[in-house]
Unconditional design. Sequence first.
Length: 762
Amino acid sequence: MNQIAQTSAPQAEPPYLRGLNLPQREAVLTTDGPVLIIAGAGTGKTAALTARLAHLIFTKKAWPSEILSVTFTNKAAREMRERVGRLVGDAVEGMPWLGTFHAIAAKMLRRHAELVGLQSNFTILDTDDQLRVLKQLILAADIDEKRFPTRSLAGLIDQWKNKGLVPADIDAGESERYANGRGGELYQQYQARLIALNACDFGDLLLHMLVILKTHRDVLAQYQQRFKYIMVDEYQDTNSSQYLWLRLLAQERKNIACVGDDDQSIYSWRGAQVENILKFERDFPGAKVIRLEQNYRSTPHILGAASGVIANNGGRLGKQLWTERDVGEKVKVIGVWDGPEEARRVGEEIDIVRRSGKSLDEVAILVRAQHQTREFEDRFIAIGMPYKIVGGFRFYERAEIRDALAYLRVVNQPADDLAFERIVNVPKRGLGDKAVARIHQLARATGTPLTTAAARILDTDELTGAAKKSLGRLVGDIARWRDMATSLPHAELARQLLDESGYTAMYQAEKSVEATGRLENLSELVRAMEEYDSLGAFLEHVSLVMDNEGGAQDPQVTIMTIHAAKGLEYDTVFLVGWEEGLFPSQRSLDEGGVKSLEEERRLAYVAITRARRLAVIIHAANRRIYGQWNSSIPSRFVAELPPEHIDTETTMSGGASLWQANWSDRADPFADVARGTGRGPGWQRASGTGSTFSTKPARVVESRSSAISLGNKGRDDLSLGMRVFHQKFGYGAIAEIEGNKLEIDFEQSGRKRVMDSFVTIG
């Protein structure tokens, strides 16, 4: 039971308990033994966590220096310290162990650095320094850095460290993931090099301490005795290394309280493992589980919609969110014809919000992928709607877009020296600062643009053989692209330019989440160009967009990814692009199957619960991808929305005709496994999953023309093994058929997933 400090005379209720509901109070007052606090979205978990810290100090259960309190961000740590300070005063200054995982691990490691071969004044490398060290090792090992990029190795090593793996733990299978089996060897060399430099990277901070705690029992015992209480925020986001570190520290006293929500675990790509929170009771037998379920943020309809979607995940801890707020508006589900109409419709809806007197600061647009922001940015600039991008750059300000635009500017305008400077060595061509400086000198001496000077310097002995050869190829390519610009459509020119320059290949070789996003952005750039009559007209449009900066203090619509929105809330939220292949993303399904599908569903849950008063979900019947229009079907998450909590718009602009797409009639290879049933997604789930609300899926009604098939019925003239032709990928043989989707082994492009309407029998 709760152990509350006893006093000789009755006292008034401490201030930190005021305003807390009963489960929150229980989370504060249940101090001893392992405690798992399942805190649903908007249930006041920060208030409970802060009050718990204050209670431990106020009742003298522990000195501030005897409490380990771990957060995931510096911002969260600062907020926690400020809140606790307001409750317990100066005592908060004596809390040296309140901070992020990395900050606390670094503090520990400086005390025991010699145990892993470091000195206490070791340097923590940033990403650029880390890449520089790795590149030196790759070149020394005579590995082709173009085939096996440095960033790929850096990402792989980071994954290993997140899993708590030292070089000796890397088996042959893991080692094969880089440079034909040399990954483990390079990891070992990298770690040795860091020791020689008296340095470590961010992954080492936890990994080194994990090694120390495992191999030096006296050090482990010291910290187990020091920390009387351990508190962890966002426990669902811990990776293996963090999990193992916490479990070691908590094993002696077992006074560990973890706060989290398994339904909001959305960072597996950063190493987070939802399994950590799911197995808490197994790790700490007899643990007390406290559920914070009263939501203070959203209306019942928003909670009902979110709960109906997440109930389709299996293996959940379960909870029943409820609220005392007014019922409010139902979640709107709107079907539009295509991407441009989606942007127009969102602009119209936001204008209604603005005219009603509500601030644009309370409006957000959440996208699944960053490339989706471009359509909204262009539309908002056209109609004068102020906006800001959170968690990233505006579309045309992103590095890969600026690079691509620089190539196009050089082709369009030979005298654009700034553009030439940007692309002369991107991707790397072996043209160093000295080579570029000589081109500049010649340009100044002759009064000519850099492109002209670059061509002229090839006739001199100013450059070395390798640099001269690389520059010659670039000069020749630019001239050829200019000739092509007179006859080739400018969007197609951009595609070829990005391929032939090696720019696309540079990111394809990286094989990271960030690189994939950059490639998607480049595809969106090319798609945007198709809307303009010429390359010059498009570049002029971009210049106007870049110059359109509203006042920073003016109310603005917020545009961001769902991942970036976690922890935030807005009165009105627009959830756009809810179509199969976009959300859930096709890449997630192809690479991760059911596990990734469930994380995508958790992402949908997070997205809906960002809204306080109104959530609007929009899906389009058509999207232009890689220059081709593709028919889309609504996301399966739309079908999982309980009908009693949604209003579905059945017509589109222009008095469009209707079409129906009911997921219960569709073949879904993930449905039965994901739900743990033998039934399709039309099945009404029992309430045992922890949802208060019905989960019967809505029948979705939308679209514009019955002439376009948006179902999944495939062509009857195709069969396995048949040779077919695709305009983009060339010839190939059909390996799999799933409705109207084909898996084809292309002779030049490898295996691709395409729609059957885009192939001809070859």
